[in-house]
Design a protein around this ligand. Structure first.
Ligand SMILES: Cc1cc2nc3c(=O)[nH]c(=O)nc-3n(C[C@H](O)[C@H](O)[C@H](O)COP(=O)(O)O)c2cc1C
Length: 164
């Protein structure tokens, strides 16, 4: 049982979530290929896919959306789980909803077997100056909001769903 775990990141938080998920899925006995979507991984030849993306300006990363579109025919034929990684997911008032996820999935060719919006980090030293200015003007809270124990638990939860 082979799973492609493809992720799109800008400042690195989504990669750390993907790495934690990969560990949990491997502990469940799945074979996992962990790849940045920028490398153009091929989902055919795998039995299931987990796609993860960071969120910027209320959208998933363009690279994730383009990759999902390119491989829509293959993805529509296999179990696919999706997760986002964002600043707002740390806000309890948002109750785990993420507009970027909802918009992306509304236009996707696949119906996901599982969806989760994880908090990431907003670390000024990891983003370019012009984005720091934008985030500061939006009064975006900064810090590391990741909950890797929750990520690991989700990995164990979705393993049977990916097996189909
Ligand atoms: C320019 C910029 C725009 C962002 N826009 C949003 C947003 O619209 N909604 C949100 O919840 N988080 C937003 N964030 C926070 C990111 O989602 C967060 O930093 C996340 O960890 C990014 O994932 P990455 O580190 O894998 O790139 C933004 C961050 C940056 C730098």
């Amino acid at each position: 049982m082979s799973v492609l775990l493809a992720y799109a990141t800008h400042s690195g938080a989504t990669r750390t979530i993907a790495e934690t998920l990969a560990g949990a899925l491997r502990a469940e006995g799945l074979t996992v290929e962990l790849v940045d979507v920028e490398e153009g991984p091929d989902p055919s030849g795998h039995d299931a896919v987990v796609l993860g993306s960071g969120v910027r300006v209320e959208s998933v990363e363009k690279s994730a959306a383009t990759w999902a579109k390119t491989h829509s025919a293959v993805l529509s034929e296999m179990p696919v789980a999706f997760f986002s990684c964002s600043g707002s997911a740390a806000d309890p008032a948002k109750a785990g909803r993420q507009k970027a996820t909802d918009t992306f999935l509304a236009g996707a060719a696949f119906t996901p077997v599982a969806v989760r919006n994880f908090p990431g980090w907003v670390l000024m030293d990891r983003i370019p100056l012009h984005e720091r200015v934008l985030l500061t003007s939006m009064r975006t809270p900064t810090g590391d909001f990741r909950d890797l124990a929750a990520v690991e638990a989700w990995g164990h939860e979705i393993a049977p769903l990916l097996r189909g």
